[in-house]
Design a protein around this ligand. Sequence first.
Ligand code: HEC
Length: 308
Amino acid sequence: MADQALQPFPNPVEQNISEKAVCTHVSKSVYAVLYQLAWGEKIDCTNAGFTLSFKRIAVAIAAWQASDEVNQFSSKRDKALAAEVKLEGPNVAFPLKGLTAQENLGHELFYGRAGCAVCHSNDPVIAVDDPNKAGLDPDELYTDAVFHNIGVPRNAKIPGPEGSAGLGARPLVILDPDDDPTRRLGQHKTPTLRNVDKRPSTSFVKAYTHNGWFKSLESLVHFYNTADVGGATAAAFGITRCDTTKTDWTEAEALAAKCWPEPEEQGTLAIGFVMGDLGLTLAEEAAVVAYLKTLTDTKTVKPPLLLQ
Ligand code: HEC
C-alpha cells in the first residue's frame, strides 16, 4: 500500500504534484507535528531530504489505510452478525435477527441462486448446500480479487479512444504459450461491495462499474439477472439486445427501451455462464439490493482540521 501511495502525487495524469511540493505542503501543515511524532525528527524538504520525507509520507498514508478507522466493518450486516455470534456461538447462521426479512432474503440469494458470491466473496462459493450457512466471515471483503468480464456496455460519455480493455491492456508474463491475451479484454478485478451504497446524500447519484455506465444498484442487479438477452429471464421481462447501430446508449435509454447494449469488450464473458439469466423476480432483485445496502459502514471518517 505504501508503494501504491507513492504513485498518485507525482503522476502527471493523477495529482501531478512533485515529490518536493508534497513535502513542502506537509511541512507547512499540522502534519509537520505528526510527522515529527512518527519519525522522531523534523520533516526535511531540502534537496537532500525530500525524497526520504516523501517516502515516509507514503508509509504513513499506508499505515492509516490499514487502520480500523478506515476498515471499520461497522455496517448493519457486521453488527447484526456480531450480535448473532454472541447469541448462537458456533451455530450462527442466517437469517439474522438484526436484519429485515427482505435483507435476509437478499443474503440468501447473494450466496445462493443469484450467484453473486461466485465472485464477490473471499471464499468463492460455486455451489452451496445452504446459503444461510455461507457469508458468515466477519472479515468478508466481497471480492475474490480475480478479474472477470461482466459485459459492461460502452460509456460514450467518456472522451478519448473507445474501449476499456481492462486486464487485456496489461502486458502480462504469459506462462502458458497457448494463452490468448484477447481472452482478457474487458476483464476487471472484482470490486468489494462494502460501502457500495455509501454516498454523501440520498439524492447523490453514484456511477458503478469501471466506466460508470450503471447509475444505480437496482439497474445493475437487473442487468445481472437479465443480461443474457437470449436467456429465459430476459425473455420473461421482454428484454432484447439494443440496436447495435447506435453506439452511445445510456443506461436511462436502455432501461426505457427494455434492452441491453452489447458488451463493450468481448474477452471471456461471464454472461451466460454465471450471470445474466438468474430467474429472479423483481421482488428478489429488490432483496439483493436491500442486502447490498446493509454493507455501508455506519460512521464516516472525518478529515482532520488543518492549521492552514
Ligand atoms: C463473474 C463474476 C461476478 C459475478 C457472478 C458477480 N459479479 Fe459483481 N462485479 C464483478 C466484476 C468483475 C465487477 C466490476 C466490473 C467492471 O467494472 O467492469 C463487478 C461489479 C459489481 C458492482 C459495482 C461495484 C462498484 O463499485 O462499481 C456491484 C454493485 C456488483 N458487482 C454486485 C453484484 C451482485 C449483486 C451480483 C449477483 C447478482 C454480482 N455482482 C455477481 C464480478 C462479478
